[in-house]
Design a binder for this molecule. Sequence first.
Ligand code: F6R
Ligand code: ZN
Length: 194
Amino acid sequence: MALLEPFGAELNLHTGVMESSKQLIHRRLSDMRGMYVNEAAETELQSAENPMIYEVYASEVPEETGQVLYCTTIIHPGRVGDEYFMTKGHFHSLRDRGEIYLGLSGKGYLLLQTEEGEPRAVPMHPGTAAYVPPFWAHRTANVGDEPFVFFAAWPGDSGHDYGTIEKIGFPQLLVSRGGQPVLVDNPRFSGVSG
Ligand code: F6R
Ligand code: ZN
């Protein structure tokens, strides 16, 4: 492993912007095809404005054993049908790698599931240090009217498995009912064996 130079990266604790980051990931609705349950609402919103759903400012730390990767995620406010804007979500490729999220601004939820499809949800606001234990898939959603921003740190060799979530989805959806976030069963959830 190379000996890296220590450094300090400045990040804006309100907006999540990390000026030094050369890796800015943008995900628009069209980058998440089929992930929202209401297909008609998805198609309509995509052809109308194809909104930016979330952005990630990533560190440039090498993805290798022993390193600690970090980033900020900014999820914009909005919904596809009743479902709040959210990240794609993933398992770590090495399933026994955990992660820490720290809420910086706005409000959201961390949604998790085991490989057996057992769901959990952790509300997040500024100051919430949320723990993603090893083996849990994770995604976040913005349930407020302003951007939901959080910081994340995870082991450098974790890797990301998006394919499993693209195939099976999450067991629960986070939807707005009377303006309040509510978890409901995902009618399309096929589970691990589906
Ligand atoms: C890294 C991690 C987060 C997410 C980010 C975007 O392991 O969990 O930094 O990568 O919030 O979400 P995804 O990766 O699901 O598009
Ligand atoms: Zn992760």
